[in-house]
Ligand binder design. Structure first.
Ligand code: CA
Length: 683
């Protein structure tokens, strides 16, 4: 752990005559991302953008740089019960890192397995008259990476006060008013199915003005993607939220384009728990990486002239640290899942045997037994299923209701995961029966009280070597790295809506071409996709009609990142689908060593590639109403061996799924024509 904070502070001369104003510029290690931090009239603010190199007009003259502002002057500060740290601020010290801070770390279950990142730091230590009386100082920590900026606050004890309450933040993000947004509204609390919202399952606004009011009037949930026309793209999110704080979201924008950090709503968790945060103060030796003392979550800003930095960003994990060691060597998992197409009636012993058999047939690692098992299978029946899994070489995954007493979700097992005493008893039973993981549902919002529930649950599960998927839940915020047994979270309108609504099926391709740019780029997404049945029901001629092609569905297995995937395949697929489709699903991995953005536009189309070990998977997906022709250049095809790689397409008509050897033209390129809601896969 680095203890550079404070120790490394360099005193600066305060400008105390007349109007005090100071602006400090911090550049990223490549010099192309800038951050300006301004302290003027007792208020702290920041702005940021990227720099382009302008060629020198005269021979021999130095090239110049041009600032391209992406985030305009935006306020900083925190409202606490000891002082208002948004005004009357004076600088005590500040410091910049002398040279870039480098780190290399492993991320078992994200978009990239080994991540090397580099950043410059800027730290400020501030006070106000009221804060001085209470003996509390506020620090602001900036980290400037290439194409990414993160900042957080920490609070330091200098007197008797060692605990404070955070009531809100002035932290803001100001965008040009002509920017457009791809964002999801925050829902009202305690509405929806059995009063289980908010659960990050709202519809997006697509490329609409940033000043549009959110449907419920509570603002927008992270991550938030913005388009600034020709200048490029900007993504705002949050990471490092532990039991130490609440989860935040963005307010509606003001008419002049300012979004501010919004705290949870009073009504969440059935009205229980504060909307603010209770924070123990740090002593002066603590760095912001010692995540449990005095430190707020990080807010992250990713931007660039293209969408590449957005899709490939690792900022969510770069600024957090593991909060505990993994108790075992956790692995990714492909699971069968009866509930998604066979629904509640399938939660019985015989149908679960069919899906355990399906997992064994596919060579997948697991089978998820969904909600209702407690009533319809019982613990003894489950133990028989666990034994059957063992015999078949398949690891069971088991669904739980997170309640507790926060909403009316009725499914069982309930009252097994809401406190540490019952959890440990349950988890011992799971471990003793060879269960690999749990899927816990119906969490109650974003309050600090709920973050404590998540953290306790994850930490207890790790003690028993159990992986955790969260469902009906908040966005994960750095959790893949913070909690090593964390897999993924729903926090999206997921595949269950294909079963529930034809309208959602009609939108499936658009959503699939949006998630890699927004929801899934800052956190693992438990979507539950790759339905290969044309009608989404247990009976062949019932249910909603899937609009996407077969290869489009195969491509989502690569597009959607989650180290545990609950795929929507059913026993019928084994006899009804072309063999190459099943072969693809038998070997598709769920953990990735590398992720590369190639081309695309949110909600319209995407071309991206992921690597697992030495095998690349390239996908091209078209959600537009017209056919799309794309030429892939040699640079993106170099990872494919000519004699081994295959191309999967839906045929010229978009309805004839086929596999053929990958054939490139003389220049090493390939041109693909994708019909609407169709895709291509190269692997
Ligand atoms: Ca859901």
């Amino acid at each position: 752990m680095k203890h550079y904070f404070l120790a490394a502070f360099v005193f600066v001369v305060m400008i105390s005559l007349g109007v005090s104003a100071q602006t400090t510029r911090v550049l990223s290690p490549d010099g192309l991302t800038y951050l300006d931090v301004k302290l003027a009239d007792g208020r702290l603010s920041y702005s940021a953008g990227y720099r382009t190199i302008v060629k020198a007009k005269k021979k021999g003259a130095k090239a110049d740089t041009l600032d391209v502002p992406m985030l305009l002057d935006s306020p900083l500060g925190v409202y606490t019960n000891v002082a208002d740290f948004s005004k009357n601020l004076t600088l005590i010290q500040d410091s910049k890192s002398d040279e870039p801070i480098k780190q290399t770390y492993q991320l078992r279950q994200g978009k990239q397995s080994v991540i090397t990142s580099e950043n410059n730091d800027y730290n400020l230590l501030l006070s106000t008259p009221a804060a001085r009386r209470s003996g509390v100082q506020m620090a602001v920590h900036f980290r400037v990476f290439n194409n990414n900026i993160a900042y957080c606050y920490s609070f330091i004890q200098t007197g008797e006060t060692s605990a404070i309450v955070i009531n809100g933040e002035a932290s803001g993000f100001r965008l040009p008013t002509d920017a457009t947004a791809f964002i999801c509204p925050q829902s009202d609390p305690m509405i929806g199915w059995k009063r289980t919202k908010p659960s990050y399952e709202e519809g997006y606004i697509w490329d609409e003005p940033i000043t549009k009011r959110s449907g419920y009037g509570h603002g927008w949930t992270f991550p938030c993607l913005f388009h600034e026309g020709d200048k490029g793209w900007l993504l705002i999110s949050e990471t490092g939220v532990s039991s130490n704080y609440c989860g935040s979201h963005l307010s509606d924008a003001t008419p002049d384009g300012l979004f501010t950090i919004a705290f949870p709503m009073e009504g969440e968790n059935n009205g229980f728990g504060s909307t603010g945060a209770q924070l123990g103060l740090a002593d002066s030796k603590i760095s912001p990486n010692d995540a449990q003392a005095g430190v707020t979550p990080w807010r992250t800003i990713t931007f660039g002239s293209t969408l590449k930095p957005i899709v490939e960003t690792t900022i969510t994990w770069d600024v957090v640290e593991p909060l505990y060691e993994p108790s075992i060597d956790y692995k990714g998992s492909r699971n069968t899942w009866s509930w998604i197409l066979w629904q509640d009636p399938s939660i019985n012993y015989d149908d679960q045997v069919k899906f355990i058999d399906l997992a064994a047939e596919l060579g997948w690692e697991g089978c998820l037994i969904d909600g209702g098992w407690y009533e319809h299978i019982g613990r003894e029946g489950m133990e028989k299923l666990f034994a059957y899994c063992k015999q078949k070489g398949v690891r069971p995954w088991v669904w739980y209701n997170s309640n507790g007493g926060w909403n009316d979700a009725p499914q069982c097992a309930r009252q097994c995961m809401h406190n540490s005493i019952v959890r440990k008893k349950e988890m011992k039973w799971l471990r003793d029966n060879g269960v690999a993981g749990i899927k816990v549902d119906f969490f109650p919002g974003d309050k600090q009280e709920t973050m404590r529930l998540y953290e306790g649950l994850l930490s207890d599960a790790n003690d028993y070597g159990i992986l955790v998927i969260c469902h009906g839940c908040t966005l994960p915020r750095g959790w893949e790295r913070m909690y090593p047994n964390y897999c993924s979270s729903e926090a999206v309108l997921a595949s269950e809506n294909l079963y529930f609504s034809q309208g959602f099926c009609d939108m499936e391709a658009r959503h699939a071409c949006l998630h890699p740019f927004v929801r899934n780029t800052t956190g693992s997404m438990e979507y539950g996709g790759t339905a290969l049945q044309k009608r989404l029901h247990k009976e062949p001629n019932k249910g909603n009609t899937r609009r996407t092609s077969d290869v489009f569905e195969l491509a989502t297995a690569v597009a959607f990142q989650s180290s545990a995937q609950n795929f929507a395949l059913t026993p019928r697929n084994l006899t009804e689908q072309p063999k190459f489709e099943i072969d693809f699903m038998k070997q598709v991995p769920t953990t990735w060593d590398e992720t590369r953005f190639i081309d695309g536009y949110p909600g319209k189309y995407i071309v991206m590639a992921r690597r697992h070990a030495d095998r690349w998977y390239l996908i091209a997906m078209n959600a537009e109403p017209a056919a799309k022709t794309l030429t892939l250049e040699p640079a993106v095809l170099s990872g494919f061996a000519a004699d081994k790689a295959v191309l999967l397409t839906d045929g010229a008509d978009g309805q004839t799924p086929q596999q053929e050897p990958l054939k490139l033209d003389k220049k090493g390129r390939i041109t693909l024509t994708l019909q609407p809601q169709c895709a291509a896969v190269i692997y």
